[in-house]
Design a protein around this ligand. Structure first.
Ligand code: ZN
Ligand code: ZN
Length: 238
C-alpha cells in the first residue's frame, strides 16, 4: 500500500457529519445548477432521488475544505466509498495540482484502511466529458473505492484494454497532470500501483461500475441496486 503519510493527517479526523456540515460553506453552489453533490455537500443531506434508496439522510463520513468521503448510495461491496472534491469539477484532472494530490493521497489512504480486511481495493474514476455521458450520471468528480479481489482488479484492467485500444498503464498523477481540462477520461487500478487509463469521449454510462459489478456478480446500475444493508455497513468501515 502507498505509505508514509498518516491517515489522520492527510484525510483529517473522522467527525460527525451533522456537526461539520453546519459550519462548512460551499462557495461553489451558486455557480452550479442542480448538482446533487454540491447540494449534498452544502446541506449534509442526500438528494431526494438518492434517499428513495436508503432511509439515511446524512452519509458524510469525513469532510474538510478540499474533499468529503461518503459511501456509495448503491455499494458494489461493503466499504464502497467515494472521495468527492468540494469544488465542483467534472473530473479530478480539473483540480489544481496540489488539491488533486491531496484527493489522490486521501483515496490511497482510505484504500489502505479498507484493505485491512479485504484482499484489495479497486480505485477508479469513471469518465467525465460532454454532458452526462460516462461516469455514473453525477456530473461532479468523485473517486470510487471498492474492496474486491486482486483477480477482479486484473480482470477489469483486461476489459478496459480490450474495450479501448489506446488504454495503457500510467502513473496516476502523471496521467492526470497531462490530461487537458476539456478531456474526457477514465482510470482504474489498485491503490498501490499504476492505473489502466484512457482519454476518450466514448464512455458508456456507468462503464466501470458495470465492469466491476459483472465480475463480482453484483447489480451494477445504481438506480436499480438495493444495497441498503451494505450501505449501512459501509458507513462504519473507516
Ligand atoms: Zn457539484
Ligand atoms: Zn460514480
Amino acid at each position: 500500500m502507498p505509505g508514509g503519510v498518516g491517515v489522520q493527517s492527510a484525510a483529517g479526523p473522522i467527525v460527525a457529519a451533522s456537526i461539520v456540515t453546519s459550519v462548512m460553506p460551499s462557495p461553489h453552489l451558486d455557480r452550479v445548477d442542480a448538482c446533487s453533490f454540491c447540494t449534498e455537500l452544502e446541506h449534509g443531506e442526500m438528494p431526494a432521488d438518492f434517499r428513495r434508496l436508503t432511509p439515511v439522510r446524512d452519509r458524510l463520513m469525513d469532510r474538510n475544505a478540499l474533499f468529503a468521503t461518503l459511501p456509495s448510495v448503491a455499494p458494489l461491496a461493503v466499504g464502497h466509498l467515494m472521495v468527492v472534491p468540494i469544488k465542483h469539477v467534472r473530473g479530478i484532472a480539473q483540480l489544481p495540482n496540489a488539491e488533486r494530490s491531496r484527493v489522490i493521497s486521501a483515496a490511497a489512504e482510505y484504500a489502505a484502511r479498507l484493505g485491512g480486511s479485504q484482499e484489495a481495493v479497486a480505485v477508479f474514476e469513471h469518465g467525465v466529458g460532454r454532458g452526462l455521458t460516462g461516469g455514473c450520471g453525477v456530473d461532479h468528480a468523485h473517486v470510487h473505492l471498492v474492496p474486491v479481489s486482486r483477480n477482479a482488479i486484473a480482470e477489469v484492467r483486461r476489459r478496459i484494454l480490450l474495450d479501448y485500444r489506446h488504454a495503457s498503464r500510467y502513473d496516476l498523477p502523471s496521467f492526470l497532470e497531462a490530461t487537458p481540462p476539456s478531456a474526457s477520461y477514465l482510470w482504474f487500478g489498485a491503490s498501490d500501483g499504476p492505473v489502466t487509463a484512457v482519454r476518450t469521449h466514448d464512455i458508456p454510462s456507468q462503464y466501470l461500475r458495470r465492469a466491476v459489478g459483472e465480475l463480482i456478480g453484483r447489480e451494477w446500475d445504481w438506480r436499480r441496486l438495493a444495497g441498503w444493508a451494505d450501505f449501512q455497513a459501509s458507513l462504519s468501515t473507516l
